[in-house]
Design a protein around this ligand. Structure first.
Ligand code: CUA
Length: 346
């Protein structure tokens, strides 16, 4: 419980998610986690031991050789070969040990294992994580896009192929339980592999936390995702198919969830203008475009603005939006957006 409190408060995360961890760390859920913790502890204890030794010796000598009546000042010795060799060689050996251990684990972290590695596409943007799954037990020829949920199979190695849209900013994926993190950079692909050897349910938790660890704007702290570890491929595929199917949601809920994940960085629902017009009261309104023409906000206008945002720009707003698609469920997504927008009519 102490561990839960300490870590939960420190990371600002739900306390239950730290189940299975130690006082300092979340659970060691990947096959590199124990090595990373060992390296950390090794360096930490070397620092503690030398800190205590050096500070202790300094204090001791300060007191022992302090200036006081009856004691004469001695000339400081300028050279002591044995002492100098000792304080050079011992730290050198210790540093080589630190170098060796950290290099070994660093190489383990950056080198994907031989054998089957399943790829998952990751798109990081302000402010959510999208995971795209395909193949590997899923019906062929389809992409399964899931926002905010990373689904894995226990003991299977995964490679994240990560990017960020061209007009976005740098993000960084961090899964504390796996002890791995990697930046997501606009316009390039970065890779990160890991293998879950433990599952959150082992410790009575539902999921591990994944969060953005690169400050990326207003909602950086809300840029979270859940990591689920399934026992086998069949369970995993069923979970991915269910999570990716947004049509199972009621249209208004679907639209609200799409808004929260994709739109709210530029649109509000309270009437305040942001990068784009507020959705409040927008449905059915007549908007004046940049070129002076007037357009009524209806299904056709919303659909066009979602798929080709640059086609009609509302006067006073920048041409800043990127086209929005949702894999092969784009129509279902637009239906949701329209349904949600109608509820904001006033
Ligand atoms: Cu994305 Cu911080």
């Amino acid at each position: 419980m102490m561990a839960d409190l300490a870590l939960g408060n420190f990371a600002g995360l739900p306390l239950a998610q730290q189940a299975g961890g130690s006082f300092w760390f979340p659970p060691q859920a990947s096959d590199v986690a124990a090595g990373v913790d060992f390296t950390y502890d090794l360096i930490l204890w070397l620092c503690i031991i030398f800190f205590v030794l050096i500070c202790g010796a300094t204090l001791y000598f300060m007191v022992k050789y302090r200036k006081r009546p009856g004691h004469k000042e001695e000339v400081t010795s300028t050279h002591n070969t044995k002492l100098e060799l000792a304080w050079s060689i011992i730290p050198l050996i210790l540093l080589m040990v630190v170098f060796g251990v950290s290099t070994y684990w660093y190489l383990r972290i950056v080198t994907p294992p031989s054998g089957e590695v399943v790829e998952v596409e990751v798109t990081a943007k302000q402010w959510n994580w999208t995971f795209t799954y395909r193949g590997d037990g899923l019906p062929a020829g389809k992409n399964y896009m899931v926002v905010g949920e990373l689904h894995l199979v226990r003991d299977q190695a995964y490679q994240m192929v990560m990017t960020t849209p061209q007009n976005d900013v740098i993000h960084s994926m961090f899964i504390p339980a796996f002890r791995v993190k990697q930046d997501c950079v606009p316009g390039r692909y970065n890779k990160l592999w890991f293998r879950a050897i433990k599952a959150p349910q082992d410790d009575g938790a539902e999921y591990y936390d994944l969060y953005c660890t690169e400050y990326c704007g207003n909602d950086h702290s809300l840029m979270l995702a859940k990591v689920f570890v399934h026992e086998n491929k069949a369970e995993w595929a069923a979970a991915v198919i269910e999570a990716a199917d947004i049509s199972r949601l009621d249209p208004v809920d679907r639209g609200k969830s799409i808004f929260d994940q994709n739109c709210k960085s530029c649109h509000t629902v309270n009437g305040d203008p942001s990068t784009g017009p507020s959705w409040k009261g927008m449905w059915g309104r007549e908007e004046v475009m940049e070129d002076g023409t007037k357009v009524t906000v209806d299904e056709n206008y919303v659909r066009e603005s979602v798929l080709q945002p640059a086609a009609k720009i509302v006067k006073g707003y920048p041409n800043a939006m990127t086209p929005f698609t949702w894999g092969d469920q784009t129509d279902v997504a637009i239906e949701g957006i329209v349904a949600y927008m109608k509820t904001l009519k006033d």
